[in-house]
Design a protein around this ligand. Structure first.
Ligand code: PHB
Length: 393
């Protein structure tokens, strides 16, 4: 007599009654995997949140909308890039919705609130953007993985790029919150090593885009160049205001590549020629990137950007790990081991996790040409965050 597989057994009207007869472990295996998404769907980072969710959905769709053979159920929260709401939002997903995985977010301050909750509860957490250094530094945890970057990474090679172009005295301008401050610290470190110095640090509260007074100050200081961290709506406004103030030709503007990612159609000609460093560029010439961009455009009628890639890679990590444990997400040790040893065949190029659970990845030098971030070199091969203070591994 043929013994039916569990999947076949579950199909049909009697599924619930049947499930009750199964041993607990088998019952857990047949339930849907619950994915909790905490992302910004409103505010200055709204587009970034949408791109991450799209990228994640694409990777899951390419795997039949299943993980390790199990169906999926989604729980979504708009975190509004609002740190003061982060703990409540994360708690709701974990306690009320009982998610198996907490996925988020974009804003470093919000991610820190989520991290606190995930560490307390031991919930598996995947960070598809926020660079907060501590998450894979002093607060690194076995149950927390990042699929994007640490704030230290993208700007670390930028100082050398600027010094090589003769720009030894720079002003740094950014938002006054973790991502801006940590980008500045890393930039300064790399810039000093290359022989450059930051002559002035300028800050705006997040998410303000009132650049005028600071641009007047920059014009008066006359540094060799300006470096910055801005993203989303803030990046659009800075590029437009910088160009309108007539500064583009006089004082070159550099940044981590978030400055020019996902926003080029909104700024048009003003961004042409900008040089940035980042772990992705749309023009990367590898088969995975080409296939990914075509599939993304077909599914969402949008151009993929770095955020879409990070969401996609979050999906690839889940697919790979859950395949390895055959959908048994409750087998925490095995899931963690699978994620630690995963090799992600990403549109950004292949990458692996560091001992602190952060991607070891190439950082590209890009120039905006004809509305596209063109790769003009690898600014740093296989850059690994130093993970200062992390005791894992
Ligand atoms: C962050 O807050 O960590 C952050 C936000 C937007 C970015 C990059 C980093 O593009």
């Amino acid at each position: 007599m043929k013994i039916q597989g569990r999947r076949e057994f579950m199909i049909g009207a009697g599924a619930l009654a049947t499930a009750a007869l199964l041993p607990a472990a088998a019952r857990a295996q047949s339930a849907k995997i619950r994915l909790g998404l905490m992302l910004p769907f409103t505010g200055t980072f709204a587009q970034l949140g949408v791109a991450i969710e799209n990228g994640l959905n694409l990777a899951l769709a390419e795997n039949g909308d299943r993980l390790g053979g199990r169906e999926l159920e989604f729980f979504r929260v708009d975190d509004e890039s609002e740190p003061s709401k982060a703990t409540d939002n994360a708690n709701r997903l974990i306690t009320r919705d009982k998610v198996d995985v907490l996925i988020g977010t974009v804003h470093s301050g919000v991610a820190m609130g989520m991290l606190r909750v995930a560490r307390e509860n031991g919930t598996l957490m995947l960070i598809p953007n926020a660079g907060a250094d501590a998450a894979t530094g002093p607060l690194c945890s076995p149950n927390v993985f990042r699929t994007s970057f640490s704030n230290w990474q993208p700007v670390h090679p930028l100082g050398k790029v600027m010094v090589e172009r003769g720009h030894k005295k720079a002003v740094f301008i950014t938002w006054k919150y973790a991502a801006g401050e940590e980008s500045l610290a890393s930039f300064k470190e790399g810039y000093a090593k290359a022989g450059g110095s930051v002559v002035k640090e300028l800050f705006l509260p997040f998410p303000s885009v009132e650049f005028q007074a600071l641009l007047t100050e920059i014009a008066a200081i006359k540094p060799d160049a300006v470096a910055c961290f801005f993203a989303g709506g803030g990046a659009v406004k800075l590029i437009k205001d910088y160009a309108a103030a007539g500064l583009m030709d006089k004082i070159p503007l550099y940044g981590s590549g978030f400055l020019t990612d996902g926003i080029l159609p909104a700024v048009g000609k003003a961004a042409e020629g900008l040089l940035t460093t980042l772990h992705y560029a749309e023009s990367l010439d590898n088969p995975k990137n080409k296939a990914f961009r075509a599939a993304y455009e077909k599914k969402f009628k949008l151009n993929a950007d770095v955020y879409a890639v990070q969401g996609y890679d979050t999906g690839l990590l889940l697919v790979q790990a859950l395949e390895k444990v055959k959908g048994d997400i409750g087998n925490r040790k095995a899931v963690i081991a699978a994620m630690e040893s995963a090799v992600i065949d990403s549109p950004r190029g292949q990458w692996k996790m560091s001992r602190a659970h952060n991607p070891i990845q190439d950082i590209y030098l890009r120039r905006v040409e004809n509305g596209d971030n063109k790769v003009i070199g690898v600014a740093w091969k296989a850059l690994e965050d130093p993970a200062r203070g992390c005791k894992l591994g």
